[in-house]
Design a protein around this ligand. Structure first.
Ligand code: SAM
Length: 250
């Protein structure tokens, strides 16, 4: 099992002088399919596997879903295996493998990222995942969590945990807009990852922010004016840390 292997430093690398942050332990085919399903991976995605080993996650996504993929792997022998495997599977035109550390490689154009690393490595990667990936990018981790960034979904696949996070837009701050009937709305939002709290005002009167749900770049707000029982709902779409569009619920 993975957690036993990581105590055995000799098993980390096929090359004696190479320092790996995580040993090579391949993901099973069934778990790969469950990861790709949870990530809703499809032909329009660009999938990065950070620590790609023999390339099996990317080859499966390319072969079964026509997904383009990039593997980042520090061990050159695993890179060679991955190119071989992609060739035998006839998907070499869809995948590439880069010999580089996951801590320096550029993966900012990913739409989905897969990880089979360690809790501690996920936490080290977390600032870059949040800063460099576009809002809405899915991150799928086999077995390992991400510190205090709570997963948006957690799947138990025959006893194996698979985590899913959706990279949240930066929405903290003060936002003001008018509803369709011209009523001014204002919210002041705080953010911890995808969790949003804050205060609201309607026509300069204190109101109740009944709910605030952030899914990638899309923020759903429900606001209730004091003295009324009905609430108004808005979906704010963010781009480049600003509101791009606002849709009011019917
Ligand atoms: C547990 S294996 C996962 C392999 C593959 N992703 C899978 O799920 O089948 C982790 C991989 O990360 C690679 N690795 C370890 N440290 C790395 C680093 N700093 N940069 C890139 N790859 C690394 C190892 O060589 C190994 O192939």
């Amino acid at each position: 099992m993975f957690r036993d292997l990581i105590d055995d430093l000799d098993s980390y690398s096929v090359e004696p002088d190479m320092l790996l942050d995580v040993p090579f332990v391949p993901t099973d085919d069934g778990v790969i399919e469950a990861m790709l399903n949870l990530g809703e991976v499809g032909p329009t995605d660009l999938l990065y596997d950070l620590g790609s080993g023999d390339g099996r996650i990317l080859v499966a996504a390319a072969r079964d879903r026509d997904t383009r993929g990039v593997g980042v792997e520090i061990d050159p022998l695993r890179i060679a295996d991955a190119f071989d495997y992609a060739g035998h599977s006839r998907v070499e035109y869809l995948v590439d493998f880069v010999e580089e550390s996951i801590f320096t490689a550029d993966f900012s154009d990913a739409t989905v990222v897969t990880l089979y690393l360690l809790d501690s490595i996920n936490v080290q990667l977390r600032p870059r995942l949040l800063r460099d990936l576009s809002p809405g990018t899915r991150i799928i981790s086999h077995a390992f969590d991400m510190g205090d960034w709570k997963a948006d979904e957690l799947l138990d696949f025959s006893g194996v945990k698979i985590y899913k996070w959706i990279v949240p837009a930066q929405v903290a701050g003060v936002w003001e807009w008018d509803s369709c009937d011209g009523t001014p709305y204002r919210v002041e939002l705080q953010q911890k990852y995808q969790e949003i709290t804050g205060r609201a005002w309607v026509a300069d009167q204190t109101a109740e922010l009944k709910s605030a749900k952030l899914y990638g770049a899309s923020l759903e707000l429900t606001i209730q004016q004091s003295g009324t029982t009905s609430a108004s709902g808005f979906t704010l779409s963010f781009e480049n840390k600003d509101i791009q569009s606002i849709v009011e619920d019917e």
